[in-house]
Ligand binder design. Structure first.
Ligand code: XUL
Ligand code: CO
Length: 437
């Protein structure tokens, strides 16, 4: 059974092509700075937006009806598996990602839920074997079901905490079975609404305990995925504990978890935190914590997580610049945590949206590589800090200066001369580079 019968394999046709169902920039085998585009990007399709999402929003029900929808939930789940692998194959993408509840419906009991998962995981495993497609990461959805109203790892209810632990255990087993390269923790309901009823210190201690249990169990079963935390400042909670990269790193360090985790950073979450995506990536990278990316974009006029497909070339260029400067994504990848707009309800839109995101990232990669190869920004930064290359500056950078030596130097009353940061000039050069590739 084919779910996308009218659509063939999406090929690279280059910049001159006017075929909407072709890549103009993403040429998987093209070498950029010593690696193929495919190796740099490690693109993944998000199961939840692409195969489970329906276009519903708080004001209305879904607008898309998919050919894989059936009246029986397990039939739909099985059909989604088929659709997923056909989609990955036609787009030529290597990876996908899912939450446990995206792939199989919950049953009346935890046993039944796990049995549903076993049936679908078996099917996924078969398809992965024959197609060679891989799982970039999986995760447990511990936020949709009403039982998680007060959180999962940070709940005030020990029974819910135990349920979350059981769900997490099963998810780690699934990750192991399907060879997930990473395992993500996004703290959907891990936050609070008001301090008036909240013991913040206790909730954070409990969350850390759950993470330590996950490390211990993964060791026990030989699951060697990279653990990732995905920061987000708000939504659904008013205050999410994993607010941003810096907050999350501080949490991991406090609880001795930093050697076991890296970060899965998401562009729209950075926007909600009042940061740029490149800021979040730089914070992670300089702390050795860059893991993987959830590629999307938010709307700057809306204060919520719109999860749009990334099309802003300035953002994708600066994102890929940070990734290249950090030495790449390692076991991570670029996962499209993005959904087609409610008005883009045709199956073909799923392809067009992914092509837009993929080409925008490929374009960004090419521009970022040019910025590095031409030493555009490196030159600027090196010149900017050159006063630290000799004399008192070199002493400071070497950690040799004291307040005594700084005072001695300042008392010479040498003229202090600052130089322009030249931001506007640099931004114009950035424009020129983006539109030259
Ligand atoms: C929610 C979000 C999640 C995580 C995985 O904003 O980004 O889908 O990526 O749970
Ligand atoms: Co995400």
């Amino acid at each position: 059974m084919s779910y996308f019968q009218s659509i063939g394999n999406i090929q690279y046709e280059g910049k001159g092509s006017d075929n909407p169902l072709a890549f103009k920039h993403y040429n998987p085998s093209e070498i950029i700075m010593g690696k193929t585009m495919e190796e740099h990007m490690r693109f993944a399709v998000a199961y939840w937006h692409t195969f489970t999402g329906s276009g519903s929003d708080p004001f209305g029900e879904g607008t898309s009806s998919r050919t894989w929808d059936h009246s029986d939930a397990m039939d739909t789940a099985k059909a989604r598996v088929e659709a997923n692998f056909e989609f990955l194959d036609k787009l030529g993408l290597p990876y996908y990602c899912f939450h446990d509840r995206d792939i199989a419906p919950e049953g009346a009991t935890l046993q039944e839920t796990n049995r549903n998962l076993d049936v679908i995981v078996e099917l996924l495993e078969q398809h992965m074997r024959t197609s060679g497609k891989k799982l970039l990461w999986n995760t447990a959805n511990m936020f949709t079901n009403p039982r998680f109203v007060h959180g999962a790892g940070t709940t005030c209810n020990a029974d819910v905490y135990a349920y979350a632990g059981a769900q997490l255990k099963k998810s780690l087993e699934i990750g192991k079975r399907l060879g997930a390269e990473n395992y993500v923790f996004w703290g959907g309901r891990e936050g609070y609404e008001t301090l008036l009823n909240t013991d913040m210190a206790f909730e954070l201690d409990n969350l850390a305990r759950l993470f330590h249990m996950a490390i211990a169990y993964s060791k026990e079963i030989g699951f060697d995925a990279q653990f990732l935390i995905e920061p987000k400042p708000k939504e659904p909670s008013k205050h999410q504990y994993d607010f941003d990269a810096a907050t999350t790193i501080a949490f991991l360090q406090k609880y001795g978890l930093h050697n076991h985790f890296k970060l899965n950073l998401e562009a729209n979450h950075a926007t909600l935190a009042g940061h740029t995506f490149e800021h979040e990536i730089r914070v992670a990278a300089i702390n050795g914590m860059l893991g993987s990316l959830d590629a999307n974009q938010g709307d700057l006029l809306l204060g919520w997580d719109t999860d749009e497909f990334p099309t802003d070339l300035y953002a994708t260029t600066l994102t890929m610049y940070e990734v290249l400067k950090a030495g790449g994504l390692g076991k991570g990848g670029v996962n499209f945590d993005a959904k087609v707009r409610r008005g883009s309800f045709e199956d073909e839109d799923l392809f067009l949206a992914h092509i837009a995101g993929i080409d925008s990232y490929a374009w960004g990669l090419k521009a970022a590589a040019k910025l590095i190869e031409d030493r555009v920004l490196d030159g600027v930064v090196e010149r900017r800090y050159r006063s630290f290359n000799e004399g008192i500056g070199a002493d400071i950078a070497a950690g040799k200066a004291t307040l005594h030596t700084l005072e001695q130097y300042a008392l010479q009353n040498l003229p202090i001369r600052n130089e322009s940061g030249r931001q506007e000039r640099i931004k114009l050069i950035l424009n020129e580079v983006i539109f030259s590739v």
